[in-house]
Design a protein around this ligand. Structure first.
Ligand SMILES: Nc1ncnc2c1ncn2[C@@H]1O[C@H](COP(=O)(O)OP(=O)(O)OP(=O)(O)O)[C@@H](O)[C@H]1O
Length: 330
């Protein structure tokens, strides 16, 4: 549904905000772009609907290469892409209904049809009773619901979310993310969201890209990335003290939390398992996590081989003193 190919963006002041970005978001997916401030997330998002024109590369949405379109065609294509913003961007002089109706007025939709559609949209975002209220009379969460209703007015297939929950408290954030999840499921809406908050990725996304310095460092389904050796995402989601203590083993698992693997180890290989730390969560419906252990006993090497055979990722810290002897593992 969204495809960026070798997209570069160099601003007039010489800042390279995007440095060759490839991105594929499939139809019906919620894809999150995670990165620190300045990584290039906003620029990336604004390049998808060409609010920002890339310096190089191509942007294709729903099979149309936007970077090849003229202004009039681009305006039409943009109706298929809704956008929501961190600070809602509502018109303070218009009521809730007036804000939601605004894009329909611009598109020349007749008054009666407009009113019907606004009613539908407000129902969709659970704001039916607020049609006549003004933005100043709403909570942050309600304002974002108005933003979402407005973004969906022209029935877009794609919704771009620019840090849409960053200004909201945790409970309201959860309710907005739940709404986005419902819209994704009910309308088949493809959602590309940018965020600097890991909990947004955890709560809402099927797949994720991690941005650093204008590049995508990692991309893929959340579960697939966690299962990849050396994944940045895994370290962010399941933080453990670094560096790992000498002689410890950090075990990463995805989808195996209900198997009593550690007690199997103890029984089968007669080893001691000392748990040093761990972090476990359910993501995209799959239990995942990292467990840091120290395994002692004569058959500890066999025990580690068993874990590997079971498909777990193992990261072994060098034993104490190994670095001094020049035997340290990288
Ligand atoms: N209009 C602009 N003109 C010049 N430089 C810009 C412009 N917009 C962004 N930049 C620069 O491009 C880089 C990427 O900025 P961008 O806003 O895309 O990052 P971000 O990951 O969204 O960060 P934040 O979360 O802080 O907004 C930064 O170095 C920023 O200073």
């Amino acid at each position: 549904m969204i495809q960026l190919s070798s997209v570069r963006k160099v601003y007039g002041n010489g800042v390279v905000a995007l440095d060759g970005v490839d991105l594929d978001v499939r139809a019906g997916e919620i894809h999150g772009v995670l990165g620190r401030s300045g990584a290039g997330k906003s620029t990336l998002l604004r390049c998808v609907n060409l609010l920002e024109r890339p310096t190089g590369g191509t942007v294709t949405v729903d099979g149309r290469e936007l970077t090849a379109l003229g202004q009039a065609e681009l305006r039409r294509a943009r109706r298929g892409i809704g956008m929501i913003h961190q600070h809602f961007a509502l018109l303070s002089s218009r009521t809730v209904a007036g804000n939601v109706a605004f894009p329909l007025e611009v598109a020349g939709v007749p008054r009666r049809e407009r009113a019907r559609r606004v009613g539908e949209l407000l129902e969709l975002v659970d704001l039916t009773g607020k049609a006549s209220a003004y933005p100043a009379q709403l909570s942050g969460g309600q304002k974002q619901r108005v933003g979402i209703a407005r973004a969906l007015a022209a029935r877009p297939k794609v919704l771009l979310s620019d840090e849409a929950t960053s200004a909201l408290d945790p409970a309201t954030t959860q309710s907005i993310l739940a709404l986005l999840g419902r819209l994704n499921a009910e309308l088949g809406l493809t959602i590309l969201l940018i965020t600097h908050e890991m909990h947004v990725i955890k709560a809402a996304c099927d797949s994720v890209s991690i941005m650093t310095d204008g590049r995508i460092a990692e991309t893929g389904p959340v579960a697939g990335l966690v299962a990849r050796p050396g994944s940045l995402l895994t370290r962010e989601i399941f933080p453990l003290p670094e560096p790992a203590p000498p002689g410890s083993v950090t075990v990463t698992f995805a989808g195996r939390a209900d198997e009593p693997i550690m007690s199997t180890l103890v029984r089968a290989f007669d080893v001691d398992v000392n748990i040093l730390g761990g972090s476990l969560e359910e993501l995209a419906g799959v239990p995942m996590g990292r467990l840091r252990v120290r395994i002692g006993g004569e058959r500890s090497a066999e025990a580690l081989a068993y874990l590997r055979k079971r498909g777990l990722l193992l990261d072994e810290a060098a034993p104490a003193g190994a670095a001094l002897l020049g035997e340290g593992r990288p």
